[in-house]
Design a protein around this ligand. Sequence first.
Ligand SMILES: C[S@@+](CC[C@H](N)C(=O)[O-])C[C@H]1O[C@@H](n2cnc3c(N)ncnc32)[C@H](O)[C@@H]1O
Length: 240
Amino acid sequence: MIPELGHQPDQDEEWIIVKRGNRQEKIRLHDYDDIYKIPGLYEQVFCQRLKCNSHRVVCDLLEEARGDMTDCRALDFGAGNGMVGEEIAKRGGDLVVGVDILSEAKEATERDRTGIYDKYYVMDLDDPDDKDIEKLKQYDFNTLISVAALGFDDIPPKAFLNAFNLIQNDGWIAFNIKDRFLSNNDDTGYKDIIAGICEDNLAILRKKRYCHRLSLSGKELNYIAIIGRKIKNVGLDELL
Ligand SMILES: C[S@@+](CC[C@H](N)C(=O)[O-])C[C@H]1O[C@@H](n2cnc3c(N)ncnc32)[C@H](O)[C@@H]1O
């Protein structure tokens, strides 16, 4: 297939070639399962080359809004290979539980960031069974954090709302999302969902637009980080 002249790939279409011995492998940057299998590749590509710093940006804003992280009992949703969990632990969080849909994410976390999470679950919160919800409820979370994981083919709105409903009222909600997904060009459903929860369910305290990372061609990819306090559970039937 020959790409159209001048086609700028969206960020979920970007790919790299990884050389392993005398084999070359094409890996899409959003094929996280393949990326996590290679120790250090996620950090090298996203953090070192493409200057992604969102795990720190969102945690900085959360810490600033809370004043202190000591009683933080966090659900890290879309936890990947554990960079957000590491930030929370470094800042003195009481507890951090990771959830991701990929077993490769859990395996990479256990391999590269051993002991950071109090528990890490591979689960699909888009269609959770009662047992999964009961397992997560036992932690009595007062913080939801989700970094670089909403939209594209990643966490869908229903799964995000299920995670939101696992947090205590008055708890903290911290996430980032690509600016386009909060604009009229949104095709993920997040624009309406975030507007909907801001009416009755979430009081926003911090909002920051910043460069989440560079594209492979060096263009800034901007995200919006949002920190707020949960007011009450969302009725999924009302919003979806
Ligand atoms: C770009 S990575 C971000 C990882 C981590 N939060 C960070 O900032 O480094 C996105 C993560 O979201 C996860 N993800 C995608 N869809 C998901 C879903 N439905 N439920 C849970 N995790 C999901 C992916 O497996 C991947 O690990």
